[in-house]
Design a protein around this ligand. Structure first.
Ligand code: HEM
Length: 479
C-alpha cells in the first residue's frame, strides 16, 4: 500500500492530500481509479463526495439536476460574477440562459465574432509565427494565445480591442486578474470555507490578491459601461456606425431592464469574458502541445485542409493562409484533434456541485444535504473502462466513425468538457469554430516542435492552464 494514499482514522486523507497537493489532478485521478471511480472524503473541506463515474455524472447533471445546484457556496467563491448566469440556479438560471442563448445565436453577433476571429488570426497571430520562424526565436504559445483570446473576447463583449496581441507586448494586467480569480477560486473550493472567509474578512493571504484582481476587473468593466452610456448604444448615426455596433454583448444587455443594476451588468460581462477567454485560452496551448508531439496528426490535418486551399484562387505558398470559420466548420478530423485534447486536458478540470437533499448515487454512495460534490473531468477523460487501454495516448481517431468520415457521438455525461444536461455550455459551437480557425491557419503554414524538456504540468487553478507556459520552436513549412 502506498503510504501517500493511506486513509488515516480521524484525519482521513489529509496528510496525503497535503503531500500531493502540488499534483492535485493526478493525485485525485489515482484515488478515483483505485476506488472504482468514486469515493467519500472524510474531510469536509474537500467536498464529501468525489466522482468521475459517468452514471453518477448523468444523475447529478441531468436526471436529478435540481437536487445538485451550484449553491450559495459557489456564488460566495465567485462573487465577482454574483447574480449572473455563472452563479445562478433555478428560475434565475433558466431566464438568464434563455436571454444569453438569444444573444449568442443572433446572426449579427455570430457574424461579428466570426470576422473578429478571422482578422485577429490573420493580422495578429500569424505575424508572430512568421517573425519567430524568420528570426529563429522561441514562441511562448501560452502567452501568445492568452493575448489573442483576450483581445477576441474583449472585442466581442465591449467592441474594444485592447491590442494585447501586438509586437510591443503590452502588460496583461486584466488577463492576470482573471487568472487570479480562478487560482484563488481553486483554493477556496479545496480548503474549508471558514479558513478563506476569515482571510477575506481580514483581507489577507490569497483573499487580498483576489480583492485586488476583482477591483481591476470591476474597474475595467465599469469604465466600458460608462463609456458606452456616454456615447449610446449606437456610435453616431446609423450610416457612420461600425458594422459591429449593437452586436457586442454589452449592447445586448445594457438596455435590458432585467440588468438594470451596475453590479449585475458588470457580473454578466465578466461572466462572458470568463466563459470564452478562460476556456479557449486554456485549451489551445494543450492542442498545440499535442500537435507538436504528434506530427502524423498534423499531416492528417493538412490533408484535410488541402482541398480547401486548392479551391482558393490566390494562394501563394510563401505566405501564410487564414481559413474562414465557415470553411473549417465541416472538417471532422480537425475537430477530432480538438476533442481529443479536451478529453485529456479539459480546461475546467473539476466541477463543484452542492447537494440540496440527501440522495443515493447510482454508484450506491449516499450524499447528504449540504455535502459538496467534486466531479473530476480530468479523471473522466483518463478512465480505462471508458476510453480503453490506450486512454493516456493522444489519438484523434477515437472520435471518428469506422470509415473515418464522421464524428462519433459521445454522450456529454461521458465527455464532460462542455458540461452536460440543462447547463450545457452555451458557447460550444462558437468555441469549436474559433479554435478550428486558429489551429487550421497555424498548422497549414508552420511546423512546430516542443523546445527541450520543459516539464509541462498544470497550474493549481479552476482552469487547467500550463504552469510554466509552453515554448515552441516554429518553422515555415516547406511547400
Ligand atoms: C473550449 C471552449 C469551452 C469549453 C471547454 C467550455 C466549457 C464549459 C463548461 C464546463 C461550462 C459549465 C461551467 C460551470 O458553470 O460549471 C460552461 C458553461 C458556459 N459556457 Fe462554455 N466552454 C467553452 C467556451 C465557451 C464560449 C466561447 C462561450 C461563449 C461565447 C461559452 C459560454 C458559456 C456559458 C454562457 C456558460 C454558462 C451556462 C450555464 O451556466 O448554464 N463557453 N462552458
Amino acid at each position: 500500500k502506498n503510504p501517500l494514499y493511506i486513509n488515516w482514522p480521524i484525519i482521513g486523507i489529509l496528510p496525503s492530500l497535503v503531500l500531493n497537493f502540488y499534483r492535485f489532478h493526478d493525485y485525485v485521478n489515482h484515488l478515483l481509479s483505485f476506488s472504482g471511480h468514486s469515493f467519500k472524503v472524510p474531510i469536509a473541506s474537500m467536498g464529501s463526495f468525489v466522482t468521475c463515474d459517468p452514471a453518477n455524472v448523468q444523475h447529478i447533471f441531468t436526471s436529478n439536476h435540481a437536487n445538485y445546484p451550484k449553491g450559495e457556496g459557489f456564488a460566495d467563491i465567485f462573487n465577482v460574477t454574483s447574480g449572473s448566469l455563472f452563479t445562478a440556479d433555478g428560475e434565475s438560471c433558466r431566464r438568464q440562459r434563455a436571454r444569453y442563448q438569444s444573444a449568442l445565436s443572433s446572426p449579427g453577433f455570430v457574424a461579428f465574432t466570426t470576422k473578429c476571429c478571422h482578422d485577429k488570426v490573420e493580422k495578429g497571430l500569424l505575424p508572430f509565427f512568421t517573425r519567430a520562424a524568420r528570426n529563429r526565436t522561441l514562441l511562448d504559445i501560452n502567452d501568445l494565445i492568452g493575448r489573442l483570446v483576450f483581445d477576441l473576447y474583449a472585442t466581442s463583449v465591449f467592441d474594444v480591442d485592447p491590442g494585447l496581441l501586438s509586437f510591443d507586448m503590452p502588460p496583461v494586467q486584466l488577463a492576470d486578474a482573471m487568472d487570479t480569480v480562478m487560482e484563488v477560486g481553486f483554493f477556496q473550493i479545496i480548503v474549508p470555507a471558514f479558513c478563506w472567509k476569515v482571510m477575506r474578512s481580514l483581507n489577507i493571504g490569497p483573499e487580498r490578491k483576489l480583492a485586488a484582481a476583482q477591483a481591476v476587473l470591476r474597474g475595467f468593466t465599469m469604465e466600458m459601461i460608462e463609456t458606452r452610456r456616454k456615447i449610446g448604444t449606437h456610435i453616431g448615426p446609423e450610416e457612420q456606425a461600425p458594422a459591429s455596433s449593437s452586436m457586442d454583448i454589452l449592447s445586448n444587455f445594457i438596455d435590458d431592464l432585467e440588468y438594470n443594476t451596475d453590479d449585475l451588468l458588470q457580473a454578466t460581462l465578466i461572466t462572458h469574458m470568463i466563459a470564452g477567454r478562460d476556456t479557449i485560452s486554456t485549451t489551445l496551448p494543450w492542442v498545440f502541445y499535442n500537435l507538436a508531439k504528434n506530427p502524423h496528426v498534423v499531416s492528417r490535418i493538412r490533408n484535410e485542409l488541402a482541398p480547401l486551399v486548392s479551391r482558393k484562387e490566390t494562394f501563394i505558398a510563401s505566405t501564410t493562409m487564414t481559413f474562414e470559420p465557415e470553411e473549417v466548420k465541416a472538417l471532422v478530423y480537425l475537430q477530432a484533434t480538438l476533442m481529443e485534447s479536451l478529453r485529456l486536458y479539459p480546461p475546467i478540470p473539476i466541477e463543484r456541485k452542492a447537494v440540496a437533499a440527501s440522495d443515493v448515487m447510482p454508484s450506491g454512495h449516499e450524499v447528504c444535504a449540504q455535502d459538496i460534490i467534486i466531479v473530476s473531468l480530468y479523471s473522466m477523460g483518463r478512465m480505462e473502462d471508458l476510453w480503453g487501454a490506450d486512454c493516456k495516448e493522444y489519438k484523434p481517431e477515437r472520435w471518428l466513425s469506422k470509415d473515418g468520415v464522421m464524428l462519433r457521438h459521445v454522450p456529454s455525461h461521458k465527455f464532460l468538457a462542455f458540461n452536460s444536461g440543462p447547463r450545457l455550455c452555451l458557447g460550444k459551437d462558437i468555441a469549436i469554430t474559433q479554435m478550428k480557425t486558429v489551429v487550421a491557419s497555424v498548422m497549414w503554414s508552420f511546423d512546430m516542435e516542443v523546445f527541450g524538456d520543459q516539464g509541462i504540468e498544470p497550474k493549481l487553478s479552476c482552469l487547467l492552464q500550463m504552469k510554466n507556459g509552453l515554448k515552441l520552436k516554429v518553422q515555415k513549412r516547406e511547400m
